[in-house]
Design a protein around this ligand. Structure first.
Ligand SMILES: [Mg+2]
Length: 168
């Protein structure tokens, strides 16, 4: 059955660092992963919602105002332009707690906002993608666990781009 809402991890899924470091050196250290964006576009989701752990804010590596006003505003509007669908985001600045993946606080907040946007969708209409799927070489299974904890379908981002973008 066709999914309507896509929840996506940010780092390593929708964007990557230009420096090729795991953590960005600044808000300028990013590039879009167009394989992912094109797969999203080709599939025809009705909206995209970004779900991102940003513990670097609590740790003092990331300036929260730069992150929201600079980086996330840009990403949100750039993706809305490129994909032609509404894009929302939730981020967790803390390293523990109910809002940090693999806990489901951000997904609950996102679904509350989606209902305000008149996306009255059920969990079977939702898919989550990420690059923390517990596969060999990956640093964790946090994204996959988040989807499992919330009770929605999940795909690793590399499987997602292969499946939905056969000419990659
Ligand atoms: Mg990631």
């Amino acid at each position: 059955m066709k999914k309507k809402v896509l929840f996506a991890d940010l780092d390593g899924t929708l964007i990557a660092t230009i420096s090729e470091r795991t953590f960005p050196l600044g808000i300028w250290d990013m590039k879009f992963r167009f394989n992912t964006l094109d797969a999203i576009k080709n599939y025809g989701f009705e909206c995209l919602y970004i779900i991102s752990n940003q513990g670097g804010i609590e740790n003092g590596f990331v300036d929260e105002r730069h992150f929201t006003n600079g980086k996330m505003n840009y990403i949100q509007f750039a993706l809305q332009e490129y994909l032609g669908i509404p894009v929302g985001y939730q981020y967790c600045p803390l390293n523990t707690g109910y809002y940090r993946k693999p806990n489901i606080g951000m997904l609950e907040n996102a679904c509350h906002e989606l209902s305000k946007w008149n996306f009255g969708v059920s969990k079977c209409d939702m898919l989550m993608i990420g690059d923390a799927s517990g596969l060999p070489g990956q640093f964790s299974d946090t994204d996959k666990k988040t989807a499992e904890n919330y009770g929605i379908d999940y795909m690793d981002v590399y499987d997602f781009t292969r499946e939905f973008l056969p000419n990659e």
